[in-house]
Design a protein around this ligand. Structure first.
Ligand code: NAD
Length: 501
């Protein structure tokens, strides 16, 4: 697959080459081949992007809702047609296995399908006769120019969480994707144009912290959605709200699975292997921590045996369980954290730091890694490692498991495996985490729900996609109206009122 030498910016309906002198290489993490380079847009280019979005908003907000819905229908159709092509781009620039990359695209397509229902999602409310002959009703209107800042690990799904919902609501949008894998969002934008998106409705700009800060400070941007790490999310939330923008920041995770001794042992082992090591652990819904309750502690050997059977590999290798880490720095960080955990006294049951894949000597490979006997203060447990790793913790009771998980400052997702409805019900009720799986690993909610991470994994009030996204990207206007009867010739009739003070 041929990629542009330099990734263009997309401003006001035009693909433009940046005048920047600062570029980041886009590297295939399995081979280290430089696929392209991405510019860090200049202040002038950033200003043009905001101006184009502001200009387009004036006409886009007037486009009838069914036409906006039809754009999403056409876009959904095109994304499905180009599903495999998009997945291949993801595999090349991020290293995901082809099946995993297809899942990334598919979860985004589902959000576009949801955005195609925008007419019913934007319905207001009416109460007739709030006073004699007076009705009150609310309508929902778009905000204006919105922006989205996305992470490297889902280059299709996460941009598609954002701009289709915002644009279907009548807003215009500026997307700043991760500088590590900008080729997938570029193709998403090309297909959006092919679907019929008018100029200026979507802009794609590139860069890092200074481009994001530019957007956060710009007075013409009304709202911002961010997905990424905890420290960057905190910064972006603070800066965005200080600049009076509506913000939603979905941040990092350190998810746990609780295993009760009555759970189905084979299912537990299969699900832990998939959730800890799938996508090289580079998922905010990965489960790097398993809490074995009581006799479930006897299942550790099963986990180690199962983990030994899986290996990473290149996206073309159908037997590969997962791909490489996103870049050499991410690999070096995980290798360093494994070494530190050993020094800290944790027991290493499986060490993937010295991992090779035949034919790919330069890939950022890490094999499945398992530790136990960890203390809560050890970085390997309490930081987000974001690699194919599993921490095994042991507790005596479900109450202890719940207390352990609720002590973590993050609250993105969790799951429990058990045969007891009562244990599951207790867990669902008491756990301070926003997305709970019961005998399923952490589910990414389908787009008619919202992605509801809690506590340190989320800053804001309204979550991504679903009905909450419609409220995030719109403003409610309430109208109270009276029309006088004497404007209707011959009107008038029974008129009754009661006094119930
Ligand atoms: P990151 O925070 O490094 O980068 C995310 C985005 O922020 C990128 O577009 C990047 O260019 C920009 N950015 C980086 N530093 C910045 C700064 N100082 N100021 C302003 N912008 C900055 O995250 P990442 O490494 O790309 O992604 C992995 C992280 O994302 C993990 O922590 C993962 O858990 C999290 N994540 C969370 C969710 C969720 O829904 N909660 C989903 C996916 C990923």
């Amino acid at each position: 697959m041929a990629f542009p030498r330099r990734v263009p910016l997309f401003i006001g309906g035009e693909w433009v080459q940046s005048a920047s002198t600062v570029f980041t290489p886009v590297i295939n993490p399995a081979t280290q081949e430089v696929l392209s380079e991405v510019p860090h847009a200049t202040p002038d280019e950033m200003a043009r992007a905001v101006a184009a979005a502001a200009t387009a908003f004036a006409s886009w907000k007037e486009v009838p809702v069914p036409q906006r819905a039809r754009l999403m229908l056409r876009y959904q159709h095109l994304l499905k047609e180009h599903h495999d092509e998009l997945a291949e781009i993801i595999s090349q620039e991020l290293g995901k296995t082809f099946e995993d990359a297809k899942g990334d695209v598919w979860r985004g397509i589902e959000v576009v399908e949801h955005a195609a229902n925008i007419a019913t999602l934007m319905m207001g409310e009416t109460v007739e006769n709030v006073a004699g002959g007076i009705d009150t009703y609310s309508i929902i209107q778009p905000l204006g120019v919105c922006m989205g800042i996305t992470p490297f690990n889902f280059p299709a799904m996460i941009p598609l969480w954002m701009f289709p919902m915002a644009i279907a609501c009548g807003n215009t949008f500026i997307l700043k994707p991760s500088e590590r894998d900008p080729l997938t969002p570029t193709r998403l934008a090309e297909l959006f144009v092919e679907a019929g998106a008018p100029p200026g409705v979507l802009q794609v700009v590139h860069g890092g912290a200074s481009q994001v800060d530019y957007l956060l400070e710009h007075p013409d941007i009304r709202a911002g959605s961010f997905v990424g790490s905890v420290p960057v999310g905190k910064h972006i939330y603070r800066k965005g709200t200080e600049n009076l923008k509506r913000m939603q920041c979905m941040t990092g995770a350190n998810n746990h699975m609780v295993v009760m001794p009555d759970a189905n042992r084979a299912q537990v082992v299969n699900n832990i292997i998939g959730s800890a090591f799938g996508a090289a652990g580079q998922r905010c819904m990965a489960i790097p921590n398993v809490v074995l309750v009581g006799d479930a502690a006897n299942w550790i050997d099963d986990l180690v045996v199962a983990a030994r059977k899986i290996q990473p590999g290149a996206w073309t290798d159908k037997s590969a369980a997962y791909g490489p880490l996103t870049n050499a720095a991410a690999k070096a960080r995980v290798v360093g954290m494994i070494a530190q955990a050993k020094k800290d006294g944790a027991t290493c049951l499986l060490d993937g730091s010295d991992c090779t894949v035949a034919g790919y000597p330069n890939g950022n490979w890490i094999g499945p890694t398992i530790f136990t006997d960890l203390r809560p203060d050890m970085p390997f447990y309490c930081e987000e490692v974001f690699g194919p790793v599993l921490c095994i913790l042991k507790v005596a009771t479900l109450d202890e498991a719940i207390a352990l998980i609720n002590r973590d400052f993050r609250g993105n997702g969790t799951s429990i495996f058990t045969a007891s409805g009562a244990a599951a019900r207790k867990y669902q009720h008491e756990i301070q985490v926003g997305q709970v799986g019961i005998n399923v690993p952490i589910p990414v909610p389908l787009p008619f729900f919202s992605f509801t991470g809690w506590r340190g994994s989320f800053h804001g009030d309204l979550h991504a996609y679903g009905k909450q996204a419609v409220r995030f990207y719109t403003e409610t206007k309430t109208i109270t109206a009276r029309w006088f009867d004497d404007s209707i010739p011959g009107a008038g009739g029974p008129n009754m009122s009661i006094n119930l003070k």
